[in-house]
Design a binder for this molecule. Structure first.
Ligand code: AMP
Length: 284
């Protein structure tokens, strides 16, 4: 595996690759790898000829009071893990090489960013769209792989690619979980032992909601209020940011589940803000 830090160097390389007969895939990450990241890399390894992974903690997607400065890092470990799963190129640029002091061009998706995490993290998806487009321009991939863990991000990136005619296929991959159900996340490292135990209740609650829907409960307000109660009881150290039931493509809240809807949650727990989601399907 080759490590590249210079954006110009990687662009020169990928421009040539794009014109060859090789299929190039790309997995953007902020590092501190866990099985969720590695599952995306493995998928890319199996479904393309050349695998690029980026490791860049993107400052523009963090709010002023968020965890940019303490985001967990372990470059040596990440490098070894990426090499083990067969990544070809690890792109790890410096902040100043990605954003000059006078950077002033942004990509925005206000319609889809008005919901869920976009509401509690103003500017977050502007930072995400901008860095992802920059990375697409540097890596020139045929395929880019994202996790369904960040469901809103996946929907927004798919729409950005469609709206801006970006020549890349976006692939979404399922959430990888710990044995007790907690969605893997680099931010789980912030949790104390007690918080970590409570955190497993996030997914358990989502599964309960899925059962309620299977039994015929389709009114979003009732589901959200039952789940709120369940979280208040089982995650006493947590604070709910949001619990929402939204259309899987438009992300707009739905009042009644007609066919399929996404139940998405964000919970503050200690120093972490944890997100998770599940598909709710109405039995026909
Ligand atoms: P991050 O490093 O947190 O920005 O994540 C990089 C990519 O990994 C994103 O596409 C995430 O959605 C994906 N990802 C993060 N956690 C998981 C997980 N538990 N399962 C699957 N994909 C994940």
């Amino acid at each position: 595996m080759e490590i590249i830090k210079d954006p110009k160097q990687i662009q020169d390389l990928t421009m040539q690759l794009r014109c060859s007969d090789k299929v190039v895939s790309f997995v953007p990450t902020m590092g501190y790898f866990h099985e969720g990241h590695l599952s995306l890399m493995r998928w890319a390894r199996e479904n393309s000829d050349i695998v690029f992974v980026s490791l860049f903690v993107n400052p523009t997607q963090f709010g002023p009071k968020e965890d940019f400065n303490r985001y967990p890092k372990d470059f040596e470990r990440d490098k070894n893990l990426a090499e083990e799963v067969g990544v070809d190129y690890l792109f790890a640029p410096e902040k100043n090489d990605m954003y000059t002091d006078d950077h002033c061009t942004w990509v925005n998706s206000p319609k889809l960013s008005q919901y869920l995490c976009g509401k509690s993290r103003p500017g977050h998806f502007q930072g995400v769209c901008t860095i992802v487009l920059k990375l697409f321009n540097l890596i020139n991939p045929h395929i880019a792989v994202f996790g369904e863990k960040d469901y809103q991000q996946l929907v927004i990136i798919k729409k950005m690619v469609e709206d801006l005619n970006i020549p890349v296929k976006i692939v979404g991959r399922p959430i990888v979980r710990e044995p007790d159900g907690l969605a893997m996340s680099s931010r789980n490292a912030y949790l104390t032992e007690k918080e970590r135990k409570e955190a497993s209740q996030i997914y358990k609650g989502l599964q309960k909601a899925q059962k309620w829907v299977k039994k015929g409960l389709i009114d979003s307000e009732s589901i959200i209020s039952k789940l709120t109660e369940c979280y208040m009881e089982n995650i006493p150290s947590g604070e709910i940011d949001y619990i929402e039931i939204v259309d899987p493509d438009k992300l707009k809240p739905v009042q009644k589940i007609k066919d399929r809807a996404i139940l998405a949650v964000a919970i503050y727990l200690g120093k972490a803000r944890l997100i998770d989601n599940i598909m709710l399907e109405v039995k026909k």
